[in-house]
Design a protein around this ligand. Structure first.
Ligand SMILES: [Cu+2]
Length: 138
C-alpha cells in the first residue's frame, strides 16, 4: 500500500516535469512562428538605426535615410548645448544639453534639411522614403 502511494507520487512528479519541458519547448517554437508571419518585412524596417549623434559640432551621420514613420533621436555628446532646427520649420528643438536628446517622428516622405541655430554651420539632412511596399498610384 505504501509502495503504491510512493509510485503514484513519482508518477505525478514525472508528469509535472515532462509537462514543463514540453511547455518550454513550445515557447521558442511559437516565437519562430511569429517571425515567419507576414509582418516580418515591416519589423525589418523598424529596426533601422534612427539615432543621430551630435559631436564635435557636427551631426553624425550628416545624412540619414529612413522609412516613413521612423522616430529619429538626436543625442548631444558635446559639452556645448546644440539645437536641431528644420529649415522648413517642420521640427525644432530647444537647447539640447550634454547627453540630452530630441526626438521627432517622420510621418511624411520627403527631404528634411536641418541645422543648429546656435551654430548655423552645423547642418544635416533626413531623407524619409515612402515605406509602402506596393506604392499606391497617388
Ligand atoms: Cu550647435
Amino acid at each position: 500500500m505504501k509502495v503504491a502511494l510512493c509510485s503514484l507520487v513519482l508518477e505525478i512528479l514525472f508528469v509535472a516535469v515532462v509537462g514543463q519541458i514540453a511547455r518550454s519547448q513550445d515557447g521558442p517554437g511559437s516565437s519562430v512562428h511569429d517571425m515567419a508571419s507576414p509582418g516580418g518585412a515591416q519589423s525589418k524596417t523598424n529596426s533601422q538605426p534612427s539615432r543621430i549623434t551630435i559631436k564635435d559640432f557636427s551631426f553624425g551621420p550628416a545624412t540619414v535615410t529612413v522609412p516613413t514613420g521612423t522616430k529619429i533621436t538626436w543625442v548631444n555628446k558635446d559639452d556645448e548645448p546644440h539645437k536641431v532646427v528644420s529649415v522648413d520649420e517642420v521640427f525644432k528643438s530647444t537647447a539640447i544639453d550634454t547627453d540630452g536628446e530630441f526626438s521627432f517622428v517622420f510621418n511624411k516622405p520627403g527631404t528634411y534639411k536641418y541645422f543648429c541655430s546656435v551654430h548655423p554651420r552645423m547642418v544635416g539632412t533626413v531623407v524619409v522614403e515612402d515605406s509602402k511596399p506596393n506604392g499606391s498610384m497617388k
